[in-house]
Design a binder for this molecule. Structure first.
Ligand SMILES: CC(C)(COP(=O)(O)OP(=O)(O)OC[C@H]1O[C@@H](n2cnc3c(N)ncnc32)[C@H](O)[C@@H]1OP(=O)(O)O)[C@@H](O)C(=O)NCCC(=O)NCCS
Length: 288
């Protein structure tokens, strides 16, 4: 441990920098850092989407670089199940964002952050088949490969399937609302209302409010406290359910194996069963 601590301290223009694992009280500083560096994504909701509300988020997989107690860099990883072929799925790690404040760049902090997570015991103990990332070619050659031994591999899209598209979900909701309002639906909508929050990895959270007079979408922040049902999990599981012949059975299997997590307010349990068909309608259609 002492050796490890020593190895991770480096000297930076007479100041030391230190790489360490994220602590709870780092949240604001890291959030601010990633949002300032990746500001082009998601209008500032980046931290919540990619980190905090990601069901795979594990704070032990965020490393920070500190100079004089100030957080000036961070690196974030995620555990994934990676599908190598139709029948081969193995554990993998997606090395996600690495960011260093502009003033501190070019001084080895970024490389140390990559090395810190690669040597982390939690990553080692998972016995992952692969650590992978998507990077700009130039950056990969000059940064990721020399710093942490990444090997460049050719990539290409063999098949593209959009699993989830909130825009399409909203369109499907509008269509269903039209049918409900025209009175032609002939199906039962739960009378007592239901708020279902979807927190799928790699997608911003979205709440669907099922009301007797139609469905409404809520994308505001802090939806958790309000929801009757919270569904969280990985998009690939959602895809498997969608493709399955018997979707409800496939959904149940995903629940039992923990691949999809559903938290339900007990008083709403029956409403959930009454509303299942609605979610099949809204999510079951093509998303491309
Ligand atoms: C990429 C980044 C994290 C590197 O951090 P850093 O602290 O400057 O990294 P290091 O000092 O360890 O640099 C290591 C090497 O990478 C090279 N490098 C860094 N950024 C580079 C870039 N954008 N393009 C090409 N090479 C780059 C450096 O020149 C250095 O090479 P050298 O030792 O031959 O001079 C930092 O530039 C950054 O935050 N960029 C914005 C966010 C980003 O693009 N992240 C990566 C994608 S998620």
């Amino acid at each position: 441990m002492a050796f490890r601590r020593l190895w991770l301290r480096r000297v930076l223009m007479n100041k030391e920098f230190l790489c360490r694992v994220f602590r709870k009280d780092d949240e604001n500083a890291v959030k601010q850092l990633v949002e300032s560096i990746f500001s082009g994504f998601l209008e500032g909701k980046y931290w919540n989407w990619k980190y905090k509300e990601n069901p795979y988020f594990d704070s032990r997989l965020v490393a920070v670089a500190e100079v004089n107690g100030e957080i000036v860099g961070c690196n974030h990883w995620l555990f994934r199940d990676l599908k190598f072929s139709g029948s081969v799925v193995d554990k993998a790690v997606l090395a996600a964002d690495v960011a260093v404040r502009p003033y501190y760049r070019g001084k080895g902090l970024g490389s140390s952050l990559l090395q810190f997570l690669r040597s982390s015991n939690i990553v080692k103990s998972r016995n992952v088949a692969l650590i992978y990332m998507f990077a700009d070619l130039e950056l990969a050659k000059k940064f990721h490969t020399p710093a942490a031994g990444y090997v460049l591999v050719p990539d290409g899209t063999v098949q593209y399937t959009k699993v989830l598209n909130w825009k399409k979900v909203k369109q499907n909701i509008d269509l269903l609302n039209d049918e409900m309002r025209s009175g032609n639906l002939g199906r039962k909508v739960p009378k007592r209302g239901l708020k279902v929050l979807f927190k799928m990895s790699a997608a911003p959270p979205l709440c669907i409010h099922v009301k007797e007079d139609g469905l409404a979408v809520d994308e505001s922040e802090n939806l958790d406290g309000n929801a009757d049902v919270v569904v969280s999990g990985d998009l690939s599981v959602l895809n498997r359910i969608k493709m399955a012949k018997r979707r409800r059975w496939s959904f149940l299997k995903a629940l039992l194996t923990g691949k999809i997590k559903v938290k339900v307010r007990l008083s709403k349990l029956f409403s959930v069963f009454d509303a299942l068909w609605i979610f099949e309608e809204v999510f079951g259609k093509k998303m491309t």
